[in-house]
Design a protein around this ligand. Structure first.
Ligand code: SIN
Ligand code: FE
Length: 295
């Protein structure tokens, strides 16, 4: 496996479309095929009054990331307060709006159906950050979150490295989703009857987990906890420099974030039937492997 198999590169673009037809065709096909769209010269520009945010004291270290909810305007896990907190929220909101504009410019068909979820600021150095194996994003994984059932909706993320100086964000990208899923699916246990209902009832999940969610969480956890797989699985090393941006379906692309600090990230959700190629999605891949409907 080489970088050309997992990365599709775009140069000379801005955050706003319209983009050329061949750019649009290339972006949609590559993204849904499980590639990382990489924009080496597309920088998110900080305003002079935002330069002070490049300091890990902005994080209160209660969680991995400072997060911004665009629906409520609330910001979480930061030490900032008052005017400074509002300024950081405005910066994250601006990033989220630019990220949406880029995505919709590249894949106009996503305009209907694309839901903007949280924006995050990731000021803390990844390397050496203490975590449990299950929470360790330096292990290859696909994204799946215990409290947030997706019921087949996609998780699409836009990242920018905004580090000062030359601190790269190092990632590893693993094998295609179907190959990974084939290895781990036979090992996953079925949830107890009533488990999804119960977890929703006691507020452990926002909405009810579908069989798809149980499988995705199982893949996330069993993949991370398998030391042999983590040591030996095929992977490609990527380095995202400051001033670059990348877009990836993190529920499909096996990824590990190895080192780096000061990234911005915007999450989007997209219903499976809004995809250009729904048959390539993790939901459809798992349904074919399991031989049944999962949502
Ligand atoms: C992850 O989604 O595993 C982390 C990505 C990053 O922070 O670069
Ligand atoms: Fe992840």
């Amino acid at each position: 496996m080489q970088a050309i198999d997992v990365v599709e590169e775009f140069r000379g673009l801005t955050w706003e479309g319209p983009f050329a037809p061949d750019t649009i065709a290339r972006a949609g096909d590559a993204l849904e095929a499980g590639k990382v769209l990489f924009f080496p010269d597309l920088a998110f520009r900080l305003r002079p009054e935002e330069a002070g945010f490049l300091d890990d004291k902005v994080s209160d270290h209660s969680r991995k990331n400072v997060s911004f909810d665009p629906l409520t305007g609330q910001i979480g896990a930061t030490t900032l307060a008052g005017v400074e907190e509002k300024k950081l929220a405005a910066m994250l909101d601006r990033f989220g709006r630019q990220a949406r504009s880029l995505l919709v410019g590249l894949i106009p068909a996503y305009d209907i159906g694309l839901e903007r979820a949280r924006t995050s600021f990731r000021p803390v150095e990844i390397a050496g950050r203490p975590t449990s194996p299950r929470h360790d994003d330096r292990r290859l994984h696909v994204d799946a979150f215990p409290s947030r059932p997706m019921r087949g909706k996609r998780i699409l993320r836009v990242f920018s490295n905004i580090a000062p100086g030359d601190t790269l964000r190092h990632w590893e990208v693993g094998e295609p989703f179907a190959d990974f899923a084939k290895k781990f699916l036979p090992r996953l246990r079925h949830p107890l009857p009533g488990a999804a209902w119960f977890m929703e009832r006691i507020g452990l999940t926002k909405g009810r987990r579908s069989p798809y969610d149980f499988l995705m969480l199982g893949l996330h956890d069993q993949g991370k906890l398998d030391h042999t797989y983590q040591r030996e699985a095929p992977r490609v090393k990527l380095a995202f420099p400051p001033g670059s941006t990348w877009i990836v379906y993190t529920d499909q692309v096996l990824h590990a974030a190895m080192s780096g600090r000061f990234a911005l990230e915007q999450t989007f959700h997209l219903p499976n039937d809004r995809l250009l190629h729904p048959e390539r999605s993790p939901l459809r891949v798992l349904e074919r492997l399991a031989g049944r409907e999962l949502v």
